[in-house]
Write a protein that binds this ligand. Structure first.
Ligand SMILES: CC(C)(COP(=O)(O)OP(=O)(O)OC[C@H]1O[C@@H](n2cnc3c(N)ncnc32)[C@H](O)[C@@H]1OP(=O)(O)O)[C@@H](O)C(=O)NCCC(=O)NCCS
Length: 248
């Protein structure tokens, strides 16, 4: 009985070509590998996403909560035609990107989350998933939304995305933006980096284990920092004041 019900609950994925891993040199000089992960690897990723659900800064909380649910949905077969790519530096988890094939022509971009900041790791990972939609899935367009101002700068502005406001995006039903094949072709020389094949030792290291991020975004030192103001977005002033008060 329960086995039969599971058959109904579980969507049957359509065939999708595998993502061919690639690698790139990031601004720190380190090599970053981007590869597709299988369902079996999802439990190794979830523990690194969970802490970000409590980082309010830069909308990590909402993005991490949704990414967690999307990874779990993939793991438990509760989503149709999803794929997950991870970016790793020396095995360390640096970014996660995922999305879904809506149909042969249209892709749905889910999320991009960077676990190491300041190296455009998120931007490179996003470009790689767009490449998967346009070059591997051979889709005409990818529907995208931004949940954060940094995301908006990275996707809508840098790629000059087109509005598709008549189409509600799967992430919250908000109006969609579109990366068409034409826009992606224009961005190829400037925004899309990386090489193939990935040298064997780099790929082996990446597949060996998904290591914890060494410097992930963390919640503020001081919980009161949640009351950060427009002119003190990192709450540094607030924390300095509290230190002074504490020392008096
Ligand atoms: C959006 C995101 C994927 C972009 O990743 P990225 O390309 O690697 O960029 P970073 O986050 O490192 O840097 C973004 C900006 O913050 C600044 N920044 C760098 N280091 C930073 C740090 N430690 N903390 C905060 N900001 C930092 C950078 O200077 C950069 O400015 P720029 O846009 O002028 O270059 C990433 O910011 C992220 O995961 N954000 C939270 C989740 C999210 O919003 N995802 C996208 C949903 S639409």
């Amino acid at each position: 009985m329960s086995v039969d019900l599971e058959k109904i609950l579980r969507p049957i994925d359509n065939p999708m070509p595998p993502f061919v891993p690639k690698y790139m040199t990031v601004a720190s000089g380190e090599e970053m590998v981007v590869r597709q992960v299988s369902r079996e690897e999802i439990p190794d990723i979830l523990p690194h996403v969970e802490p970000l659900m409590h980082v309010e800064r830069d909308f990590y909380d909402i993005v991490a909560s949704r990414v967690y649910a999307e990874l779990l949905a993939y793991y438990t077969h509760r989503v149709q035609d999803e794929y997950v790519l991870v970016a790793q530096i020396n095995g360390e988890l640096a970014a996660i990107v995922n999305g879904r094939m809506v149909n042969k022509e249209v892709g749905m971009s889910y999320h991009t989350i960077a676990l190491r900041r300041g190296l455009r790791i998120g931007a490179h990972a996003f470009a790689t998933k767009m490449e998967y939609h346009i070059d591997a899935l051979k889709q005409k367009e990818v529907l995208i939304v931004a949940e954060s101002p940094i995301g908006f700068r990275r996707w809508m502005i840098e790629y000059n995305l087109e509005k598709r406001f008549d189409i509600p995006h799967e992430l919250g039903g908000v109006p969609s933006w579109s990366l068409t094949k034409e826009l992606f072709d224009k961005a190829r020389d400037s925004l899309v980096v990386g090489r193939r094949p990935v040298p064997e030792h780099l790929l082996e290291k990446a597949k060996e284990a998904i290591l914890p991020p060494s410097d992930p975004p963390t919640p503020p030192e001081d919980l009161l920092a949640a009351t950060r103001s427009r002119y003190d977005s990192t709450a540094t002033v607030l924390m300095e004041q509290r230190k002074k008060l504490g020392g008096q």
